[in-house]
Each structure stands twice: as C-alpha cells, then as structure tokens.
Design a protein. Structure first.
Lengths: 406, 358, 292
C-alpha cells in the first residue's frame, strides 16, 4: 500500500519536473533561436535572427568536490563567448553557449554530453577533468564531434583520437619539464614528492617526474602519498620528508591541499623549497590564505593573473567584475579554448549550417596547422596527436606575486 | 492441491507481472531507440539504468530479504567492474565476438565478486545491525583503496600485475613486452576500454537476476532466509543453519552486483576506483529503501526513476542537486509519516487489498 | 624523535575525530539513528565561524559561540522538520532522510558560499618547540586535545548528574518506559540534537584550524571517520567515542608513517573490522545478548 503511494508520488514528481524543464532542454533544433537558455546569452538572441548561430557546449563539474575547476572554465568561456558575440560573432554568426554539470564523474559526463547533443552542440569545450574527458573522448571520436579540453591533461585523453585536442600541458610534459628545470637550476638537490595517489592528474605527473629525475642527477629521497580521504593531515609526510633530508619538495597536486601542506610545514618549522605545477596556480587568490606562507614557492604555470600584458589585465578585470574573484588558470584555459575555436572556425570559414562532423573535419585540419596566442601562451601549436606545444614557465612567488624565476 | 493449481498464488502473480513488465519495457524502449524516437540523453542512460536496476535488486536481497544493512555494495560492483574489464580487454585478440566476450566478462565479474562476497561475508555476517553496516562500509572502502593500488597489463605472455602499496611503482614496473597494453593504471583506473556493453545484454542481465532472486526467495532456502530476518532466534531453534543461509543470500547478492559492475565497466571507456565509493553504495541503498524493502519491482522502478531524475533536473542548473535532496527528503517523509500517508491516501485513491509483499 | 612526532599528530587528529564522534554517539545512543548529516553540520560550523571572523571581524571566541548558536538552531530545525515526523518509521527510512539532509546541506553551502575552497585562519597560531626544535607541537593540537577531554568530562557529568542527562539515559535504555515515567521523549531527543550540533560547531572550528581549508564537502569524510571511531569505541558510549577517536587517529598516523600512505585508510578500517570481530559491540560498548 505505502509502496504504491510512494511510487506514484515519485513518478508524479518526476513527471512534473520533466515537464518543467522540458521547455528549457528540448530546444534541439539548432535553427530555432532558443529563448530560454542561459540568461547570460540572452544578448545574443537579437543577432541570432539571420542564419542561426554556432552551438558550443561545455562540460565540467559545477557541483561536488571539484566544482571550482568547472566553475572557472564555465565562467572563463562565458566571458570569451560574450566578447565574441559583442564583436559580431564568428564569421558573422553569434555563439550559443551551454555548460553542463558532470560532478567530475565519467558516467555523468557522458550523460551531459548526450544532453548537449540533444541540444544541438557542434563543438565541445571540455570536459574539464581527466576521467570525464577520457569517457567523453571515446564518444566524440565515434560521433565525430570536435572537442578541445581546457584542462584534462592526461595523454590518455587524446590517445588514438584525432579530433580530441588539449589546451593545457600534458602530464608527462609537466613532470619531465619540472625535473629538467630542477636538474638545471637546483642540481644535486634531494627531492621529496608528495602526491595524491587516487588522482590521475597527480599520479601522472609524479610518474614522469620520477622517471626523468633519474636522468637529471636528482635524488628522490622520499615519496609520500595521500588520498582524497586522508587529505586532512600531512604532518606525517612532512616529518618523513624532513627526516629524509629533502631540500626540495615537489607537489604535483592542486592548490587546495597544497595550501594545507604549506601551512602545516610552516607550523612545524620545515622550510624547503616547494615546487608546484599548474594545479598550484590559484593558491595566491585562495580566499583567506596567508600569502606569506607561499613565499619562495616555485610554480610551473602557463598563466598568471598578475601578468601585465593588456589581454590578461582586461580578462582579470572583467572576471573580477562579473564573478567577484580573481580568475585562475582554469578560467584562462576556458577563455582560450573559445578563442582558439573561433580562430580555427574563421580560418576554415565554418558556417552554422554545417553539421558537427563537417565542422569537426575542418577544425582538425586547422588545429594541426595553425598557431594560436592567448592568455596561457603565445604561438601554441598542436600535434596531430592533439597535444599542445607550449613551454611551461617557471615563476617564483615573491611578496605575494609571481616573479619570473630566472 | 488442485485448488492451488487453479488459483495462482498472489506472489506468483506479482512475480510474473514483474517479468512481463520488464520484457514490455525492454521491447518498448528498444523499438523507440531503433526508431530514433528517444533523446540521446535517454538512450545513453539505458545501460547504466540496467546496471543500477541489477544493483538495486541484488542489494534488496541483502537488505530487504535477509534484513542486514549493507553500506558497501558498491565495493562488489567495483570488483566485478575491474575484473570484467580486465577479462574483456585481455581476451580482445583471442575472442573476436563482442557478445561472447561481454558474456565472459560478466561471468568473470560475477565470480570475482562472489569470491569477494564470501571473504567479506564469513567474518561480517557474525555481526549484527549497525555494527554489520559499518563493517560493510569499511570493506567497501578497503576494496576501493586496494584497487587504487593495482596496476595490470597484458601482453602475449599473459597478465602482469603489480601491487603498488608504497606509491613508488608505476606502469614501467610491469615489464610488458612491446605488444603489451596497460589495462589498469592505478589511480588513473582502466582507460581506453572498448565499450562493448549493449542494452540487450543489460536486459538479459536484469532477467537473469530476477529469475535468480525471485526463485531463491520463493524457494525453501528463501523462506529460511526470511525466517532469519523476522526472528533469528526462532529460526535457529527450528534448525535453520544461520551462517549457511546468510552467506547464501550475501554471496548471491555480491555476484549479481559483480555482473552489473562488469556491464557498467564495459559501457565507459574510462573507469576509476573512486567511482565506487561510499556515495555509490548509499545511492543504491536509496533505490532499495524508496522502492520498498523486499519489493523487487519497487526497486526496479525506484532505480530507473532516481537515475533519470538528476538528468531530468538539468534545467535547474546549479539548483539541480539541491532539488534532488529536497525531493528525496519529501518522498521519505511522505511515505513514512503517518499523517502525510493518510493525507496522500485520501488524495490518491488506490485500490485497497492490493497489499504487496514486504 | 620522529615516532613521537607521528604519535602527537595522531593524537591531535584523533581528538578531532573524537569530538565529532561524541556528537554521533550522543545522537545514536538516544535516537538510535545514524545521523549522516552530522559531518555537514560541522562544515556549516566551520563556515559560520570563518565568516564571522573575516566578514564581521569578531574575535575568535565570539565567532565560536556564534557558530555554536547557529549549529544548535540548525540541528534542532533539522530534527524537527526531517527526523521528528519519522519517529515511528523504520530506521532505514530515517537513515535515507539523514542522507538527504546531508546532500541538502552540502549543496546549499555550495550555492551560498561558492565552490572555491577558503583558507581558514587557525584560531591560535604557532607551536612549542622541544628538544632543540626537533619536535614541535602546535598550539592548535594542544587546544584540540584539551577541548576533547573537557567536553568528555562535561558530557559525562551532564549525563550522570543533571535531570536532563538522566532523562537522556532513560530514553536510550527504553523509550516507552521513560515516557511512562513522565519524561518528555520528544523534547529529550531535540535536546540531544542541540548538544550534538553545538559539539559539531566546536569540532568544525578545531578541524578547520588544523586542516586550514574549508569547502562544502569538508565535513563528509571526517564525518564517516568519526562514525567509524564511534563504532570502534562502542557506539552510545561517551568514553568509548573518545578512546575510539584517539586510537583511530594514532593508527592512521602511524600506518601512514611506517606501513603505507596509500593504504592508511584501509589499515584503519581493517583494525576496526578485527576489533569488532573480537568485541562485537566495540571497545567499551555494552554487549546485550538477545533475549527470546
């Protein structure tokens, strides 16, 4: 009896909800001007009247543990889309942009992708996290949709798929880059590595770093790991690193646990040189973080919110005004993705009436031949494998700002 | 005796209605899919839904029929998923037929999960109530961490397995030959899996689980299991072997979860161990409780609806999961609070006397 | 020397688990429900204290009191809206509702305070150096251990000596008998939630002070760990929660240091399983044989 009621209840609720959101999600026909998508894109509705618009989708976590990365990409790309639309769009056609949540989970990412395909997506910016990106990359490859991920850095993301491209450094690139840099500038130092072993990004960089360190006369004296579940306390790893006599601690991890490591190391009076990779970017803008703790930390990063060039300054100011915070590297990656796609589409002369597959083929051709300059690097080029080539820049934190390391 | 054969038992009627319902649902969905009348979003969810249905139905055996709260069901799914993926991928060259490979993967997944179920079940089932719940939770977490340390590759000499307990080993320690492929890379999980899962296989798996569970429940063993749930001491006093029947239910449940895991694993090109954490176990438990303890078709419907729900809520953007939480709380209140129940009973007239089992 | 330092970090971590576990154990003992939303109340406590220190500029003690007040109110509201209507329902239904509340709090926090982690300024900074600087103990660790002991003593006295405390014990023994004796069971349970949530606020402040980062999902893992600690020590028992929490912290810390950082959690859980097999009701729990 009560089961019957419960089931009827659930069904009724779902029906209501489906009916409720049906109007927003089922604007599948790209030739219609969807009136009810993102509020921010409403400005584009006026210009969309003649000949339709490009449908660009995004996938990333905007809820759950990794929400910060997805949010940053979503917002960064949104700024780029609005700028492009205000300036007359791509080849005269505006962009329709829609971002879907994947909670950094492969299954949900595929659902989000299918949802975007129902919407009429032609080009994908994303997915943001590595695991999701690998799951979705198999789908985009099968269905010939061009995808450019802003931040999924594992080589597995692009391996064997000609139409999946990366805008960020790959993990091996960063790991060996960091080892080469250390070998050249801090030769013979004893290195401790603390990484998160249930995270593909962190483990990927660690593997290549350790492999390359052997060639660079670096001695890895200690390796400590943590998992999502034990990320609350690093005193054990830090004590062991100190006891092993490490004078450089390599942290191929995101900035949130890194901030805890810096604070705990400071509390125990351990002062090695900390060396981070692009995930470390954002530590200076972490709300409430005492930047003096990060003094002397070295970071390999493609983007710095403090850079003085015009492009970065405008972007940072715009982001600050709209979202109330300083953009991190992910936001910059999202922004660059949209502009890279714009450049490729303009070079290829794409029009909105082309199918996703036609656009895909044109884009693959462009991406492997063009060179792009944006917030996160100048003269980036892409290999046919989909990997970007840009050099990581080492910066050191002095007085709370990035300073070039050399 | 003659009377019985003429008038079918009520439970038999419900069982057959469940089978027929599932078959009809499959036929309808498959036709719609082939006609291209389903949205892609729904088509993409068909196989995960099948997996979650099998998960819910199998957990219902432990929680609803055996009456023991398990918070680590996702652990068995994980064991099944990874062993299934390894089996399917390593047999890629030997067995070209995809359906056959998928079937083998499901069986391998079920066997490994059953072994894990036995290992977990023997110590665990001695405990009771919330203590048993916490130990199943603990086993789920342990399985997750162990799989996180596994690095497995395959080449012409066979499988290579490295257990990376200290965090210093990597793919290079496998010693693979040139032709070798890495199947599971520790935290990066199984990447580059060939996605051979199909909706038909999902449907067959659901049917098999239904046959297994419904026959078990209606058999002598099933009655013994339910007797243990209702009154353990009384059941023991009439000579029912507690450990045997508890283990029987627990291991069956684990094996089905393993098969569901293998199907799930072969539906996505990437699979990480952290996917099968405590939250996934809880998710499946929610299906079971919402569908009704011991109520098999309730589990099926709850699993379907609650898998679609977060997707259906996409229109709400940021508020999606908040609304999901509110719906969950409201449904639990509506179905379990006496005042609200009478209120809804008045609003929705349901035929009396149609009381279902459980 | 390193061993001592590992031990101290274990005790400090364990004390945080213990304070959370005390809240769990109180609620379990009386309401017989696993309150999975407890970890998220801790997160709310962390946010409230942080915001009142940074945005309102309050001194830390006032921030802690404010966090306690807000969490207490939150705890009572959650209990009244979500758990009270289910008093007669099966325990699984309440468990699922608690999980729903947990999702709700996490996502509400995500919308209110954003996804980006916030750095938490410890309420006390600095550390004592011993043995010529080879061993350092932070003031936060000392405060955590101290608070943990104070809270345990206070709770033991409260449940042992006061009228309300006795009513709570009566309810946990037998609800209907307690009701017959004129105890307002509903009010007693609400009171338990109020105390448990106030403890959660303190735990939130201490947790965030030693783990200087705060985000909407901060509470969930410590919540599960504390639940494990409570079961380890014998759920329902106040000294058991303390013992369970501290032991769990020490095992985790030593396992990380000497066995494997990868498998630290697994080792903790394995110890739990073995303990429960030997003592099915936890270290200090009372084993009640079933009667026919």
């Amino acid at each position: 009896m009560k089961k019957v009621i419960s089931l009827v209840m659930v069904m009724a609720m779902v029906m209501c909800l489906m009916a409720g959101c049906g109007s927003t999600t089922e604007t599948a026909d790209p030739t219609e001007a969807p009136a009810e998508t993102e509020a921010e894109t409403d400005t584009t509705a006026d210009t969309a009247s003649e000949g339709g618009s490009f449908y660009i989708g995004g996938i990333g976590p905007i809820t759950g543990d990794n929400a910060i990365y997805g949010m940053a990409v979503m917002n960064g790309a949104q700024i780029a889309v609005d700028e492009i639309n205000a300036a007359g769009g791509i080849n005269g056609y505006p962009i329709e942009y829609k971002f879907e949540d994947d909670v950094a989970d492969g299954e949900t990412a595929v659902n989000a992708y299918n949802n975007l395909m129902d919407w009429g997506m032609q080009v994908l910016v994303g997915p943001v996290t590595t695991g999701s990106a690998i799951s979705v990359s198999a789908k985009v490859y099968e269905e010939r949709v061009f995808a450019l991920t802003p931040s999924a850095s594992s080589p597995d993301v692009t391996a064997g798929k000609d139409n999946m491209f990366q805008l960020c450094f790959t993990d091996p690139n960063q790991g060996s880059g960091a080892a080469v840099y250390m070998g050249a500038n801090m030769a013979d130092s004893k290195v401790a590595v603390i990484y998160r072993n249930d995270d593909a990004y962190s483990q990927g960089i660690r593997d290549t770093f350790v492999a390359e360190a052997a060639n660079q006369n670096l001695e890895v004296v200690y390796e400590g790991t943590f998992t999502e579940d034990t990320a609350t306390d690093f005193s054990v790893q830090l004590t062991a690193a100190q006891a092993a006599g490490a004078d450089v601690v390599f942290l191929p991890i995101y900035y949130q646990p890194a901030s805890v490591i810096l604070a705990q190391a400071n509390a125990m009076g351990y002062t090695p040189t900390f060396f981070g990779v692009d995930g470390m970017d954002g530590i200076l803008t972490l709300e409430g973080f005492d930047t003096s703790l990060a003094e002397g930390v070295m970071v390999l990063t493609p983007f710095s919110a403090d850079a003085q060039d015009e492009l970065t300054k405008t972007f940072v100011a715009e982001y600050n005004e709209r979202f109330g915070e300083t953009p991190n590297q992910f936001a910059a990656d999202g922004y660059d993705c949209v502009y890279a796609i714009k450049q490729a589409m303009e070079n290829a002369g794409c029009t909105p009436d082309m199918s996703a597959e036609e656009i895909c083929n044109a884009m693959v051709e462009q991406f492997t031949s063009m060179s792009f300059s944006g917030l996160t690097g100048t003269d980036m080029t892409w290999s046919t494998a989909g990997e970007v080539s840009k050099m990581p820049v080492a910066v050191v934190i002095e007085n709370g700002v990035y300073v070039s390391a050399q | 005796m003659k009377l019985k054969s003429r008038k079918l038992k009520k439970t038999t009627v419900i069982d057959f209605a469940t089978y027929i319902g599932v078959v009809l649902a499959f036929i309808i969905m498959n036709t719609l899919k082939n006609q291209g009348m389903l949205t892609r979003s729904l088509t993409g969810q068909l196989i995960p839904i099948c997996c979650y249905i099998v998960m819910a139905v199998s957990l219902n055996l432990t929680v609803g029929i055996l009456g023991e709260l398990s918070l680590g069901h996702a652990g068995f799914m994980s064991v099944g998923a990874f062993s299934g993926v390894v089996a399917a991928m390593s047999l890629q060259t030997v067995i070209p037929s995809e359906p056959l490979r998928l079937a083998i993967a499901l069986v391998v997944g079920a066997i490994f999960a059953a072994i894990a179920g036995t290992l977990v079940g023997i110590p665990v089932l001695r405990l009771r109530g919330d203590y048993l719940a916490i130990v199943t939770l603990a086993f789920g977490e342990i399985i997750k961490e162990l799989i996180n340390c596994l690095i497995i590759g395959v080449d012409e000499t066979g499988l290579h397995i490295v257990f990376n307990a200290t965090g210093t080993k990597s793919v290079n320690d496998l010693g693979l030959s040139e032709a070798g492929r890495v199947l599971i890379k520790g935290a990066q999980g199984a990447t580059g899996t060939q996605t051979i899962a199909s909706f038909t296989a999902g449907f067959i798996l659901i049917m098999i689980s239904l046959v297994v569970i419904l026959n078990l429940v209606r058999s002598r063993s099933g009655r013994a299991i339910m007797a243990l749930r209702d009154n353990r001491i009384a059941a023991e006093s009439v000579g029912i072997n507690v450990t045997k029947y508890k283990l029987m239910a627990f291991v069956t449940s684990a094996a089905l979860a393993g098969a569901a895991g293998a199907l799930y694993g072969l539906n996505f090109s990437n699979l990480v161990a952290t996917k099968f954490d405590f939250n996934t176990s809880i998710l499946v438990l929610v299906f079971v409780v919402l569908g009704g303890l011991g109520n098999i078709w309730g589990s099926i419907i709850a699993a379907t609806v609650l898998t679609i729900l977060p997707e259906a809520l996409r229109g709400f953007d940021d508020y999606r999961m908040l609304i999901y939480a509110i719906v969950l709380i409201l449904v639990m209140l509506a179905t379990n609070n006496p005042q609200m129940k009478t209120l809804f009973a008045k609003l929705i007239p349901v035929r009396r006397g149609e009381k279902v089992n459980g | 020397m390193e061993f001592l330092s590992y031990l101290i970090s274990g005790i400090s971590l364990g004390s945080v688990y213990a304070i959370i576990a005390l809240g769990y154990t109180m609620v379990y003992g009386i309401a017989k429900m696993l309150n999975f939303a407890h970890g998220d109340v801790i997160m709310v406590g962390g946010y409230i204290s942080l915001l009142s220190m940074t945005s309102l500029g309050l001194p830390w003690w006032l921030a802690v009191i404010l966090a306690m007040v807000v969490c207490t109110v939150l705890g009572v509201v959650i209990e009244g809206l979500a758990y009270k209507p289910l008093r007669a329902a099966p325990s699984l239904a309440v468990l699922i509702t608690a999980i729903g509340v947990s999702y709700f709090l996490q996502n509400a926090a995500l919308l209110l305070w954003g996804a980006s982690p916030k750095a938490y300024t410890p309420i006390i900074a600095g550390s004592v150096k011993l043995f010529e600087g080879q061993l350092s103990i932070s003031y936060v660790s000392m405060l955590t251990v101290f608070m943990c002991i104070v809270i345990m003593i206070a709770l033991t006295l409260f449940t042992g000596k006061t009228r309300m405390g006795k009513a709570m014990r009566a309810c946990s023994e037998d609800k209907s008998a307690a009701q017959l004796m004129g105890i307002n069971v509903n009010r007693t349970i609400s009171m338990t939630f109020a105390i448990g949530s106030a403890l959660a606020a303190i735990a939130g402040v201490l947790l965030c002070s030693s783990y200087t980062s705060l985000m909407p999902t901060t509470g969930s893992m410590p919540g599960i760990k504390a639940f494990t600690a409570a079961v380890f020590g014998g759920i329902g028992s106040i000294p058991g929660a303390l013992l369970g929490g501290v032991l769990l912290g020490i095992i985790e810390s030593l396992a990380k240091a000497y066995i494997s950082t990868q498998l630290a959690n697994s080792i903790v859980f394995a110890v739990l399983i073995i303990t429960l097999l030997v003592r099915p009701a936890g270290l200090l729990g009372k084993y009640v044989p079933e009667k026919v």
